[in-house]
Design a protein around this ligand. Structure first.
Ligand SMILES: [Zn+2]
Length: 198
């Protein structure tokens, strides 16, 4: 991780860098990369918030995933300033509201029309929704997320996967992996909240 922190290009795909640092490093401190860039998790988060999310991979879904990973890391041990934490929360909260207003009757979230079509992995409502549900479950620990919205999406993803033939599963491997990850996160979050109930 130390080698990675020094070698990383802070101008690269910020969401992947942040996800890695928030997940595997303690995320604290400020350091200099071999390119002379001054870097900290807070600096990277500011950059993430200022970026054009729609032009990012998978229609920006990984940007929100990275933001929620930082909020989770920050809840465990303070790694960013209160200002950055509040900005991340507002950023995630806005997107949750947007998703709530666009979820279709079947439970999926349509691919945002304004974003690019770069990543085939999230090019369909199934792919985009599987990415989205994954971070929504994590975000629900930090901002208000409607349980019914997540449940409708989870049920639809499950139904589509059950209806897939083997070759459809193979062709949709990336979205299916995200869907399975989202369902297992939802399962765990549900088990934890059931345990916590009196
Ligand atoms: Zn993706």
């Amino acid at each position: 991780m130390r080698a990675y922190a020094v070698n990383l290009d802070a101008d690269g795909q910020t969401e992947w860098v942040i996800a890695l640092l928030a997940h595997y490093a303690d995320g604290r401190g400020v350091w200099r990369t071999k390119y002379g860039q001054r870097v900290s998790l807070g600096i990277l988060c500011d950059r993430l918030l200022a970026s054009d999310h729609g032009s990012r991979a998978c229609h920006g879904a990984h940007v929100y995933y990275a933001a929620t990973l930082v909020l989770s890391a920050n809840a465990r041990s303070s790694v960013i300033s209160d200002r950055t934490a509040n900005a991340l929360k507002a950023f995630v909260d806005d997107e949750v509201r947007r998703l709530r207003s666009t979820q279709n009757a079947e439970g999926l979230f349509p691919v945002p029309v304004a974003s690019n079509r770069r990543a085939a992995g999230a090019a369909t409502a199934f792919g985009y929704s599987s990415h989205t549900l994954e971070w929504l479950v994590l975000a629900s620990a930090h901002v208000e997320v409607d349980d019914g919205m997540m449940e409708r999406c989870a049920m639809r993803l499950l139904q589509e996967m059950l209806d897939y033939h083997d070759d459809q599963l193979r062709l949709n491997l990336c979205p299916v992996c995200h869907a399975l990850s989202a369902l297992s996160l939802l399962w765990k979050a549900n088990a934890a909240s059931t345990e916590a109930a009196p």
